[in-house]
Design a binder for this molecule. Structure first.
Ligand code: FE2
Length: 184
């Protein structure tokens, strides 16, 4: 995907404005973690963002489909949407950069984890669940880079859900490069 791609933005209402504001922010502010400011922008924009077209995006074995929407021209961040079928569930994972996620439609569940104090390494065998939440349309959450914010996302309902994600790294070569997997 070209780095200046703006795939399907015409279907996404105020997503274009959100991206423009985020680009101005990440260029103007001399920080590496923009999650708080980008989350504020996302909260304002989310009610006005249309549902992306997922007709060309297959659902994976986990029951969800990831659609890349935009990559910052200099790779400061990437924007993608995820369609969650009923019962969809991600593996437990961390992220290689800061991130913001907002619920566009439906309801999404998130279970968070941390490494136990007696852990000799931060691996799946030493993770403990720290909580489980459900969030509906309009909700926005942020996550820091691994090992902060280890989590899994899932759809706990019988209806599809759609989420919008902004991650602070260039995912043009590999959309899955954001994830740090924790496996048994
Ligand atoms: Fe995640």
């Amino acid at each position: 995907m070209p780095k200046d791609s703006t795939v399907s933005l015409h279907t996404c209402g105020d997503l274009t404005r959100l991206i423009n504001e985020a680009e101005a922010l990440t260029c103007a502010v001399n920080e590496t973690d923009h999650r708080a400011a980008v989350a504020s922008l996302m909260r304002l924009a989310l009610p006005h963002v249309g549902i992306p077209d997922f007709s060309d995006t297959p659902v994976n074995d986990g029951g969800y489909a990831r659609k890349m929407l935009h990559i910052h021209p200099h790779g400061h961040f990437s924007v993608l949407a995820v369609r969650w079928m009923p019962g969809a569930n991600t593996p437990v994972h961390g992220h290689n950069a800061w991130g913001c996620v907002g619920v566009l439609e439906g309801e999404i569940g998130c279970e968070t984890y941390c490494c136990r104090e007696d852990a000799c390494e931060c691996s799946m065998a030493f993770l403990s669940s720290t909580g489980l939440i459900r969030a509906g349309a309009g909700a926005v959450a942020t996550v820091g880079a691994n090992p902060e914010g280890i989590h899994r996302l899932f759809n706990p309902t019988e209806k599809e859900a759609i989420t919008l994600h902004i991650y602070g790294m260039d995912l043009s070569r590999d959309p899955l490069a954001i994830n740090v997997p924790y496996q048994h």
